[in-house]
Design a protein around this ligand. Structure first.
Ligand SMILES: NC(=O)c1ccc[n+]([C@@H]2O[C@H](COP(=O)([O-])OP(=O)(O)OC[C@H]3O[C@@H](n4cnc5c(N)ncnc54)[C@H](O)[C@@H]3O)[C@@H](O)[C@H]2O)c1
Ligand SMILES: [Zn+2]
Length: 365
């Protein structure tokens, strides 16, 4: 097994490798200085991994504040509670937070750090596949509101990201699968080689007792590299980051209609198949792509068909409330072929007519 890989993004150092959770003490001190530390986690992850993190930073008595596990905790209410508890415990400007958990903890603790005393550093310690390869990278933090997800937040780049694939050993299979869907998206954006590697590795990654370690390491490192590359280049190539929306316009619509009963990755799996099919029908994308993507997703046990419960009209209506709908025109990030996204000249946001989306939905049921 190859060792730890490091990446740099916006001054944030990202380390990814087995054992990094136990070795991160020096890195945390280098990144945040001699600050008073507080771990923020959820009530599933904290008992599993917080003692290891506290030991790594050399203080078993490091305070741990927890939220109930799950998306329902990504709220201003939890933000209030956490900021109040930090204030009551006397955490000052010389403090830093360690966000230990999935994307919910990362986004919420990141937003607490962005706003607490007008901003203190945060170290992201992602423990889901989705958080390692997506949510912990790029500096987006925030909370959900009644009007929609992620509508209140801030950019706050982490001082350090510590991604240890060992933590994936305790992650439930459905969560592993959900993160895998984002890896498929990354591979489509990257090139045919990345896609072929992922297709060949799917069975070794999405496994009941965690991925085969060698595969987990390569998966995490490859995908962090892809996300960092897209985010770093976004500043220069206006809007490149939008390529990360592939599968997410239809995916978010289905996620909303399911009232979040389906996992995010399950919804974007279906979304990628429908959007790739729509791209082909619109004459933008290769006709074989939707089938190739569906095959990899199905190997991992992800859904690739539009649930019968959601009719075309409801899905189309839900895409219009998505923040990617600009001036009524719904826009999509779609591939022309593996490694080449359409619409480079218009910020990778391609309008596709409702009639074509309907056709793609019909062919995906
Ligand atoms: N900031 C960004 O750029 C960005 C990008 C993508 C997604 N997100 C956000 O991320 C969130 C989803 O993140 P998620 O999928 O990680 O969900 P999550 O944080 O809810 O974690 C999923 C579940 O797995 C459990 N869990 C986490 N790590 C575990 C482990 N190692 N062992 C056992 N159980 C573990 C959690 O307790 C939770 O029940 C959403 O709120 C989404 O909006 C943010
Ligand atoms: Zn996503």
């Amino acid at each position: 097994m190859s060792g730890t890989a490091t990446f740099d993004l916006h001054g944030a150092h990202i380390v990814a490798g087995f054992g990094e959770l136990d070795r991160c003490g020096d890195g945390v001190r280098r990144a945040v200085g001699a600050r008073r530390l507080c771990i923020i986690s959820d009530d599933t992850v904290a008992p599993l991994w917080a003692p290891r993190l506290a030991a790594a930073i050399g203080d078993a008595a490091t305070p741990v504040l927890t939220i109930p596990a799950g998306e329902a905790s990504k709220t201003r209410k939890q933000w209030s509670r956490l900021t109040d508890e930090l204030l009551e415990a006397g955490f000052g400007r010389d403090s830093a937070l360690l966000a230990l958990g999935g994307g919910v903890v990362g986004d919420l603790a990141g937003f607490v750090a962005a706003t607490y005393l007008r901003g203190i550093p945060v170290v992201q310690v992602p423990t889901t596949l989705l958080a390692m390869i997506d949510a912990s990278i790029g500096g987006k933090t925030g909370v959900d509101t009644r009007a929609g997800k992620n509508l209140v937040g801030a950019f706050h780049h982490p001082a350090l990201v510590v991604a240890d694939p060992a933590t994936l050993a305790t992650l439930p299979l459905d969560q592993l699968r959900s993160g895998f869907a984002e890896a498929v998206k990354h591979a489509v954006i990257t090139d045919a080689g990345a896609f072929a590697w992922l297709a060949a590795s799917a069975a070794d990654i999405v496994r009941a007792n965690g991925p085969v370690p060698e595969r987990a390491l390569e998966l995490v490192q490859r995908n962090i590299a892809i996300k960092c590359d897209v985010v770093a280049r976004d500043e220069r190539e206006g809007g490149l980051r939008k390529v990360l929306n592939f599968g997410h316009t239809i995916g978010h619509a289905i996620e909303t209609l399911s009232d979040y009963a389906l996992l995010h990755g399950e919804c974007i799996a279906i979304g990628m198949v429908v959007e790739a099919r729509a791209a082909a029908l619109a004459g933008i994308g290769a006709s074989s792509l939707a089938g190739d993507i569906a095959d990899v997703l199905a190997t991992a046990g992800l859904p690739v068909r539009v649930p019968a419960a959601f009719d075309d009209a409801a899905i189309l209506a839900a895409t219009r409330t998505d923040k990617k709908a600009r001036a009524g025109q719904v826009e999509y990030a779609v591939p022309m072929r593996l490694g080449a996204m359409a619409g480079a000249d218009r910020g990778y946001a391609v309008p596709i007519a409702d009639a074509i989306i309907r056709d793609a939905l019909a062919r995906s049921r």
